[in-house]
Ligand binder design. Structure first.
Ligand code: ACO
Length: 320
């Protein structure tokens, strides 16, 4: 299978910032607890924007950065676990605004691994079709899924979007993606329907629920596994990677992984102190920030690694 090159990077986060101490007005918590347990200091919350609008801002920035004409985009894939509608998809809604008349467009749901899954799918589809370019997006309005009386989840998540324009290349592409059933339901948000003719007692709880300790344990194994597997596929070793961009969930998870591979912590890009966990958006926001901030340059090798609900985990190595 051929690979891809990223030719445009974009991201967008809403303006409203919620600091750790702001939660003290509604739950029993502290900046000390949240920052020492997670590394998170603040997060952005979409007050005026929808999940689709965040995606649009990020995708427009990526498209402008790429200088690719919209008519050349053959595929748009959005990864999200907080879409504005079951149908039409976020991707379909974006086409007109991006100036794309027609393209294959759909969303995928793979939680915090969603962006890496979507890159993998886009690579395979570009390979099968006679189109050169795709837009891949991760976007979330997780603030709308949170239960603000549940201190174990509401402090962790934030809103935002990241996007890339990718071009098909002849280079080999390396992807590893896995999922297993979460038999214990340690991480979920139920899809609620308004109308139920027969089952009046059906649950109306759509909030994101998580058993943090169990997810933490899963994450340590999943991230190490995903990194090892994609390195093995590529024949590279950790020292061949210029920057690791992990899903931004918890600084302690990233530190443990760093220790496991005996790596310098500077090799990992972190922005979770500013945005919290933005699920499918976290990796593309970090990737775009790293690129526009000069942390990665043409010729560098970047390893992206995600993990989350499903349970899912996924990784890829990209040449910038
Ligand atoms: N403020 C103050 N105290 C709190 C808070 C809070 N916000 N939240 C929980 N506590 C309390 C708990 O109630 C508990 O109190 P108790 O001992 O009296 O019962 C105590 O702190 C310890 O709770 P733990 O859950 O054991 O805390 P832990 O050290 O495990 O940290 C955390 C919790 C930060 C959630 C951690 O487990 C974690 O990061 N897990 C991984 C989450 C993750 O990576 N998710 C990614 C996937 S997300 C996705 O896919 C959408």
């Amino acid at each position: 299978m051929s690979g891809i090159k990223i030719v445009g990077y974009g991201h967008f986060v809403p303006e409203t910032t919620i600091y750790n101490d702001d939660f003290k007005a509604i739950i029993d918590t502290s900046d000390e607890w949240i920052s020492s347990r997670t590394g998170i200091k603040e997060r952005r919350v979409a007050v005026n924007e929808t999940t689709t609008e965040l995606a649009l801002r990020a995708a427009k920035m990526a498209l402008e950065d790429s200088k690719v004409d919209p008519s050349e985009i053959g595929l748009v894939i959005t990864a999200t676990m907080s879409p504005d509608s079951f149908t039409p998809s976020t991707s379909s809604k974006l086409l007109g605004e991006l100036g794309i008349k027609q393209a294959m467009a759909f969303d995928i749901s793979a939680a915090c691994s969603g962006f890496v899954y979507a890159l993998n799918i886009a690579t395979a589809l570009l390979n099968q079709n006679n189109k050169e370019y795709a837009i891949v997006i991760g976007t979330e309005c997780l603030s709308e899924l949170l239960d603000y009386s549940d201190r174990t989840t509401c402090v962790l998540f934030g809103d935002g979007a990241g996007a890339v324009v990718i071009k098909k290349t002849a280079d080999a592409g390396y992807f590893y993606a896995m999922s297993k059933t979460d038999t214990e339901n340690i991480l979920y948000a139920k899809a609620i329907r308004g109308n139920d003719l027969f089952l009046n007692s059906k649950s109306t709880d759509y909030h994101l629920r998580m058993d943090g300790r169990k997810v933490y344990k899963f994450a340590l194994d999943a991230v190490s596994d995903a990194i090892s597997q994609v390195l093995e596929m590529s024949g590279l070793n950790v020292n061949d990677i210029d920057l690791f961009i992990p899903h931004q969930a918890n600084e302690r998870i990233i530190m443990s992984v760093c220790k496991h591979f005996d790596l310098d912590f500077n090799k990992f890009y972190l922005n979770l102190e500013r945005y919290g966990n933005t699920s499918a958006a976290s990796i593309p926001i970090a990737l775009s920030e790293a690129y526009h901030g000069g942390k990665i340059k043409p010729g560098n090798r970047v390893l992206l690694v995600g993990f989350g609900a499903g349970l899912t985990w996924a990784s890829t190595i990209l040449k910038i």
